[in-house]
Ligand binder design. Structure first.
Ligand SMILES: Nc1ccn([C@@H]2O[C@H](COP(=O)(O)OP(=O)(O)OP(=O)(O)O)[C@@H](O)[C@H]2O)c(=O)n1
Ligand SMILES: C[C@](O)(CO)[C@H](O)COP(=O)(O)O
Length: 407
């Protein structure tokens, strides 16, 4: 590279959905907390503190803006990061990241997975040395150490594959910017969109890619157990935690009047009855109370603030819309819904036969497991307006974990 002054841009792709790690229920893995901080916070910190980092672009999903903002809270230098939106594959997200750095003076680029928070400066230095030595394409990788087998759909081992010359690819995969951008543009133009990493696009485009030794710690958090292990690794040997779990509880209450009709909707389940609940929407008191409980966990107001009764578009609306909205707000604030509990207070109809179906409906709407959803019912012992059959009331409690807070 003969004295060339090079400037290394960083593209961090963080627009994936993390399905293999349990999303949507647990949220995208790059925003899950390890050692008390979001995965992406750790990843960004590594690059923000690396002296040779040039402009940094983070590629996020359009739905994750609030999650991203919360994750960079307190991260020095984060205000200089360029944020752009990704696509529905990693390849498209990288392409968007490369477009976003086009306007900078970068000569080279490191493309890194947000989901690899254990990247270290020694590895970044090895890559920078590779650039200085004149290599335009560099892949950090680890030689495969396990014996490899090819299995068949019959569940049997068919053969042992030689591991000689085989490597497990890591990131940041690093290139001369103009070359990898041209390769990505060519692949996009030809709709060749099934590359799982950038080195394979470079190979396909005929670029030379040199292997440098990766780092054994630089694993990609792919499955839920990877995230649990990463958290363990960061908190181990630290029995007096620096962080306390940020567990928040919200409650909600609602009541609707019973008038003559043909049935009531409770927890999203229609129960035939000689009365109906009167209200602007479908008057599902249970989902309304639970919506308020969820909103309360992140100080996001109440159902009336988000869905004013004066707004005609909510007339007759299915109340699951309100609950889905509240769950989305909670997740945008970085919350994970741990538990939803509803108590219905009604003289009639009988709720017991429908409780299981109601729990299943809550689990489905909230995207959490059934054992985290509870529905209970009681009469009001014929006392008061509920006891006289004039209305149905619901009380709900939601528990949400927002990671942890500094002790
Ligand atoms: N459309 C996509 C897909 C992935 N990524 C990012 O690419 C990295 C590696 O991808 P992977 O581990 O496959 O992440 P996900 O696609 O989120 O995971 P899954 O396939 O389990 O849904 C992650 O940092 C991820 O956020 C991205 O920016 N845009
Ligand atoms: C880019 C990568 O992390 C290198 O190992 C990997 O190719 C991502 O691919 P995945 O199949 O989505 O895990």
């Amino acid at each position: 590279m003969d004295g060339e002054i090079f400037k290394i841009a960083i593209v961090i792709v963080a627009a994936g959905r993390g399905e293999r790690a349990g999303a949507p229920g647990d949220g995208p893995k790059q925003y899950r907390r390890i050692g008390g901080l979001p995965v992406i916070h750790h990843t960004l910190q590594k690059f923000l503190t690396w002296p040779k980092s040039g402009p940094i672009v983070v590629v996020i999903h359009p739905e994750d803006e609030a999650l991203y903002a919360a994750s960079t809270d307190g991260l020095g230098g984060a205000e200089n990061i360029i944020v752009t939106f990704g696509g529905d594959t990693r390849q498209r997200s990288v392409y968007e990241g490369l477009r976003a750095i086009a306007a900078t003076e970068a000569t080279h680029v490191m493309i890194h997975d947000a989901a690899r928070p254990f990247v270290d400066h020694a590895l970044l230095d090895r890559i920078a040395e590779g650039f200085a030595a004149g290599n335009d394409g560099i892949l950090p990788a680890m030689a495969v150490t396990d014996t490899l087998k090819r299995g068949g759909s019959d569940g049997l081992v068919h053969e042992t594959v030689s591991r000689a010359g085989l490597y497990a690819a890591q990131t940041p995969q690093s290139f001369r910017l103009s070359e990898i951008r041209t390769a990505h543009e060519k692949a996009a133009a030809l709709r060749h969109d099934d590359f799982t990493d950038d080195a394979s696009i470079a190979e396909w485009a005929g670029l030379a890619v040199t292997i440098v030794e990766g780092s054994v710690d630089n694993i990609k958090l792919t499955l839920k157990r990877d995230i649990d292990m990463a958290d363990e690794k960061l908190t181990q040997g630290n029995p007096a935690p620096h962080y306390l779990p940020d567990v928040r509880t919200g409650n909600g209450y609602d009541v609707h009047q019973l008038v003559s009709g043909d049935g009531v909707t409770l927890c999203g389940i229609f129960i035939p009855h000689d009365q109906k609940l009167s209200g602007h929407s479908d008057a599902d008191v249970a989902l309304h109370a639970l919506t308020d409980a969820l909103l309360a966990t992140c100080g996001a107001g109440d159902i009336g603030d988000h869905f004013p009764p004066s707004d005609m578009q909510w007339k007759g609306a299915a109340s699951r819309i309100f609950l889905e909205h509240a769950a989305r707000i909670v997740r945008e604030h970085g919350g994970t819904i741990m538990n939803a509990d509803v108590s219905l207070i009604a003289e009639a109809p009988k709720v017991g036969p429908h409780r299981q179906e109601m729990r299943e409906k809550l689990a489905e709407i909230l995207g959490i497991s059934l054992d985290r959803c509870s529905v209970k019912a009681t009469t009001n012992e014929k006392i008061g307006f509920v006891g006289r059959g004039e209305g149905i009331a619901a009380i709900a409690t939601a528990t949400v974990v927002f990671g942890s807070v500094r002790a």
